[in-house]
Design a protein. Structure first.
Length: 270
């Protein structure tokens, strides 16, 4: 049974330790029952939404998480609906499978879903059942997440002594964008395999972009793809050109087409 208590903030010492370990801002927290793809049983965790990551704790007061999940490549989320035990169930569809989540009740479930969609889609969902106070907090989280991504890209650019990304505003840049050269992207992927295997970077002409990926097949396999800016769209230079409306859609295309074998490179979550 999922605990019925109202979520309370963790003691300050535990909060600070979690902040240090995860390196990410806390946006929402509470009990969730979780079932991963291929599992038969739900398991209850104290859950924190930090950035675009879910951190699962075996105990509410545990300073160290037992599992974490990157939900930045979320493709969709089902409606929240009542389950047989009176809880509220909804499902996150990710590029590498699905995650079933149970909240205490429908209101709590819709709040969780709302915050998750806010940080992954960078927009507050137009759910009429959300309360004004909930919507206000989601808008606050939205602004924090936008600023976090801007800061992340600024830090990446400054540390590598490169210019800002061409043509697109930083608020729309995917989290796996790094203002690096082809060789620097290769080195980042080789040295940090647990962080992901796909980097979006500026193209050699400074007007367009490129995707660098590192596949772990029989042996590590590197590939580069040109992404050309065309008006307000982006063209992936494949055998058959793929035209997409945003750079985030470009990243999602590679993740989806490889059924999750490619994952955006996000260095701060390692």
């Amino acid at each position: 049974e999922q605990p019925a208590e109202t979520p309370q903030p963790a003691p300050r010492r535990i909060f600070q330790e979690r902040q240090r370990i995860t390196g990410l801002p806390l946006y929402f927290q509470g009990y969730l029952s979780v079932r991963h793809s291929g599992c038969q049983e739900f398991r209850v965790y104290w859950t924190e939404l930090r950035g675009t990551m879910l951190f699962f704790y075996d105990d509410k007061k545990a300073p160290t998480y037992s599992q974490k999940l990157d939900i930045s490549a979320l493709t969709s989320a089902t409606n929240v609906y009542p389950d047989e035990d009176g809880s509220a169930l909804f499902i996150l569809m990710l590029s590498n499978g699905k995650l079933e989540l149970k909240a205490n009740d429908c209101e709590c479930g819709k709040e969780w879903k709302g915050f998750i969609l806010t940080v992954t889609k960078l927009s507050v969902p137009p759910d009429e059942s959300l309360l004004p106070g909930q919507l206000t907090r989601m808008h606050e989280v939205l602004e924090k997440e936008k600023k976090r991504r801007i800061t992340l890209n600024d830090c990446s650019s400054a540390s590598l002594n490169r210019k800002s990304p061409p043509s697109s505003t930083l608020t729309t840049m995917p989290v796996c964008f790094y203002a690096v050269s082809r060789q620097e992207a290769i080195e980042m992927l080789e040295k940090n395999p647990s962080c992901g295997n796909l980097i979006l970077r500026p193209g050699s002409d400074s007007k367009n972009y490129a995707i660098t990926i590192r596949h772990e097949l029989v042996a590590p396999h590197l590939k580069h793809y040109k992404v050309r800016s065309k008006g307000e769209s982006y063209v992936i230079e494949l055998e058959r050109q793929v035209i997409l409306p945003s750079l985030q859609d470009v990243v999602s295309y590679f993740v989806t087409q490889t059924q999750g074998n490619l994952k955006p490179f996000v260095i701060q979550t390692c």
